[in-house]
Design a protein around this ligand. Structure first.
Ligand SMILES: C[S@@+](CC[C@H](N)C(=O)[O-])C[C@H]1O[C@@H](n2cnc3c(N)ncnc32)[C@H](O)[C@@H]1O
Length: 380
């Protein structure tokens, strides 16, 4: 991609958040993470489980807390997070954990009291701040599956909370603006119409940014998700200008080669069981010289570990699918920025752009947009 195009995309992304003091963002993120870490520690410290010197295997803790089997992987991630942050000790040889730092109710409450301001500073709507606080307050019940995170996220079936999570916050405004500019650039390149396949379009946070921006361009837009629920909601919202269809990124079906000029995937590819296999399918599906635009979290937010991650648990009685790629055996959902770049190259893509720059304060929020191209057809 030419340097002036890359610069235009970076400028558009920055312009979308021009009023934001980006230097303040890492502090707000830390406040959310801190409140979540203390809530995890309070949940684990219940019933005097962690008396000084007593060591536990993770499954003993899960049993004592009556953690639902489907959510136990989240508990394992909490133990890792608390250990990484120095709130819990772990024996390297046995993996037993011990000496959880005591968190008083007032300390946790003080941290939770800052959540609304921090969420506001990150550009989340008030519904989202309420959701974060509700998940913290309900954490033991979420872990025991006595309350479903969906009922907190979609109160009365209202999608606005989830929509705010992906669309209205600072980092997603920035990333969506970059995606818009990338697609505009492809409209200029492509023979009309530009065939866009959106994967995991869900509540349409990215769709809602992209579709109006391309209103005057000849675009054939296929809105897909694994869930019919989101297709119905998408059709109601975006109408007949888009086409709609089920697309499961983990399905083992052959794809139609060259059937899209752009694949757009916002916050969905981490659901893949094997990123390398999926990227190879997407490479085959794209036309020669086609563009893959991926928005992804590249770090695990502790705040998400007490809220959104509950959406990632398998249904009751179903096994945890478990990634078989670079994340195998870790319960980790997200790839790092470096892993994404490596996977894209390994799958035969040429990375074109990655924002924000790792040195930018926005990078501490951990979400990135990647654009990568498939090879052009060789001229005879
Ligand atoms: C975190 S949401 C992202 C929503 C949307 N892209 C946005 O930016 O607003 C993840 C979406 O991926 C979808 N999803 C989950 N597993 C999937 C799969 N295997 N194939 C396709 N979509 C999937 C979910 O239904 C959900 O809509």
């Amino acid at each position: 991609m030419p340097a002036d195009a890359l610069e235009r995309i970076a400028r558009s992304a920055a312009a979308a958040i021009h009023e934001v003091d980006t230097a303040a963002l890492p502090g707000f993120m830390r406040q959310l993470d801190h409140a979540a870490l203390l809530a995890m520690a309070r949940t684990l410290g219940r019933n005097g489980l962690f008396r000084p010197g007593i060591r536990h295997r993770w499954d003993q803790i899960a049993d004592r807390l009556r953690a639902a089997p489907r959510h136990r992987w989240i508990l394992r991630r909490w133990l890792t997070a608390l250990h990484d942050e120095g709130l819990l000790q772990r024996d390297d040889t046995t993996g037993f954990v011990h000496d959880l730092r005591t968190v008083r109710r007032s300390e946790a409450a003080d941290a939770t009291a800052l959540v609304a301001d921090a969420a506001h500073g990150l550009g989340y709507p008030a519904e989202m701040a309420r959701f974060f606080v509700a998940t913290i307050e309900q954490l033991p019940r979420l872990l025991r599956d006595e309350v479903a995170v969906q009922t907190l996220l979609f109160p009365d079936g209202d999608l606005s909370t989830a929509e705010g999570a992906y669309k209205d916050n600072v980092i997603n405004r920035y990333l969506n603006a970059a995606a818009v500019e990338l697609l505009r650039g492809e409209c200029r390149r492509a023979a009309a119409p530009l065939r866009v396949l959106e994967l995991g379009a869900g509540v349409g946070g990215t769709t809602a940014a992209v579709v109006p921006a391309l209103a005057d361009e000849p675009v054939d837009y296929l809105f897909t998700d694994v869930s019919q629920f989101f297709l119905d909601a998408g059709r109601q919202r975006f109408g007949d200008r888009l086409r709609y269809g089920i697309f499961d990124i983990n399905a083992d079906e052959p794809v139609q080669p060259g059937s899209a000029d752009v694949v757009l995937a916002a916050n969905v590819l981490h659901n893949s069981v094997h990123i390398g296999h999926l990227l190879a399918r997407l490479r085959d599906l794209l036309a020669p010289g086609g563009l893959l635009v991926v928005i992804e979290s590249c770090r695990e937010h502790y705040q998400a570990l007490t809220s959104m991650q509950f959406l990632m648990s398998p249904r009751d009685g179903e096994p945890q699918p478990g990634a078989t790629d670079v994340r195998a055996g870790t319960d980790r959902i997200f790839l790092t920025r470096g892993e994404w770049l490596d996977e894209l190259v390994a799958a035969g893509f040429t990375p074109q752009l990655n924002l924000p720059d790792p040195t930018h304060p926005l990078a501490t929020l951990g979400q990135h947009v990647f654009a990568a191209r498939t090879d052009e057809l060789e001229q005879p």
